[in-house]
Design a protein around this ligand. Structure first.
Ligand code: B1M
Length: 214
């Protein structure tokens, strides 16, 4: 298993989209937990590509190709995650997106898949989502939870603007709010008035469940 997950990681770090796709298919036929294949396999490869980029070994095109390999594998595994979701008790409705000015969508998509697999109905707004569109979606969908991802220190403040704008819009049902993304933290959540912070997709599901029951 570890060898298989290492191959998944390497396919992404070496931006081999074809191999990543065939390994994702293999994971499905072998019955590997799709979330495990993503988190312990493919995502590790993207982390490595990120490190090679930081070191100056990779340039932006290589990093983008590694992201594409990761996204291709995730797209193949997504139906298996969704199938699991259909069997679950519904826990609430989530609106999720990456904040404006920020196009990093892989972590956000992973969190969306995890919440969906755990029994939430998820409306994924995508990346670079304006404050206005977050508010519109939260109101329209009567969301129980609004989830905001930010990967750049420069885009973190948008999380605060969204929280303030949602409260100001006074929707019929005031949703709870959760933030995440590498530069964010518990203390940032407290500072901007978010109900919660989660460091990764697994914790995001646990935190979302806790928010729904509190
Ligand atoms: Co960018 N990038 N990038 N990038 N990129 C980072 C984030 C960076 C840390 C790299 C670095 O310099 N060390 C750095 C940010 C520095 C900072 O501000 N602190 C950076 C930069 C600077 C940039 C550009 C500005 C580069 C440039 O153009 N000069 C540019 C920004 C463009 C923009 O957004 N406006 C840019 C572009 C890109 C690519 C397009 C090449 C690509 C993104 C492709 C895509 O997403 N479609 C990319 C990538 C891939 C990365 C790294 C390497 C990997 C990000 C990723 O997908 N990780 C990243 C460095 C790194 O993280 N090592 C980096 C895998 C993913 C599964 O993890 O996203 O952390 P992550 O999500 C986790 C948790 O954070 C958490 O759960 C997820 C799963 O466990 N989580 C949540 C995330 N959202 C959550 C929400 C929640 C809860 C948990 O609740 C709501």
């Amino acid at each position: 298993m570890d060898y298989f997950l290492a191959k998944c990681s390497e396919a992404v770090s070496k931006y081999d989209t074809e191999l990543a796709a065939s390994l994702a298919e293999e994971a499905l036929t072998k019955g590997v937990d799709p979330m495990r294949a993503i988190e312990e396999g493919f995502a590790k490869g993207l982390e490595k590509a990120g490190t090679l980029w930081e070191e100056g070994t990779y340039f932006l095109p290589e990093l983008m190709m590694a992201s594409e390999a990761m996204k291709t594998a995730m797209a193949i595994l997504k139906p298996a995650l969704e199938e699991r979701s259909l069997k679950m008790k519904r826990l609430g409705k989530v609106v999720i997106g990456t904040v404006e000015g920020d196009i990093h969508d892989i972590g956000k998509s992973l969190v969306a898949s995890m919440l969906s697999a755990g029994g939430f109905d998820v409306v994924d707004l995508g990346a670079d989502v304006s404050v206005e569109n977050f508010v519109k979606a939260a109101t329209r969908e009567e969301a129980d939870l609004v989830c905001m991802s930010a990967l750049l220190t420069t885009t973190m403040p948008a999380q605060q603007r969204i929280i303030q704008a949602v409260k100001k819009a006074k929707p019929r049902k005031l949703p709870r709010t959760m933030i995440g993304g590498a530069p964010t933290s518990d203390s940032w959540a407290a500072e901007i008035g978010a109900d919660a912070y989660a460091p990764d997709a697994v914790n995001a599901l646990n935190v979302a469940k806790r928010l729904m029951s509190s």
